[in-house]
Ligand binder design. Structure first.
Ligand SMILES: [Zn+2]
Length: 128
């Protein structure tokens, strides 16, 4: 099951430390959404106002102004930040700290194979 990885100095990062409480909560909720849905950092614009209770548009604008999030399609030309598409927002450098959707898919596949192999061996033991 995918999880969100937060560095223990996350709250002290200069980009995060200066955020308002509302923007901070929107940011964390957005990252949680990305982890749960393995989006590599993309958040549908249509989903943003439901990421936290009492969403306020200025909180979203604050994240964009502070380059904590980007407008989809803009990107920032780092390897750990996807470009995204129109109609999305992108969490800056999400993939610097979190596994990609491809990584999670490979892990799910590898675990399924490992479990199938274990079951096959158990069935062989029981048959002999
Ligand atoms: Zn970025």
């Amino acid at each position: 099951m995918p999880y969100l990885n937060l560095d223990d100095e996350f709250t002290e990062h200069p980009k995060v430390d200066g955020l308002s409480d509302g923007a901070f909560r929107l940011h964390v909720s957005g990252m949680r959404y990305c982890a749960k849905n393995t989006t590599d950092g993309a958040i549908p614009a249509s989903r943003v106002d439901r990421l936290k209770p009492k969403f306020k548009a200025p909180e979203l604008r604050e994240l964009l102004r502070c380059n904590v999030w980007h407008e989809g399609g803009e990107g920032c030309n780092t390897e750990s930040c996807i470009k995204g598409e129109d109609g999305e927002y992108v969490v800056h450098d999400y993939l610097q700290w979190n596994k990609s959707a491809a990584w999670w898919e490979k892990r799910r596949h590898d675990e399924a194979e490992r479990k199938a192999e274990w079951r096959r061996k158990q069935a062989e033991k029981e048959a002999s």
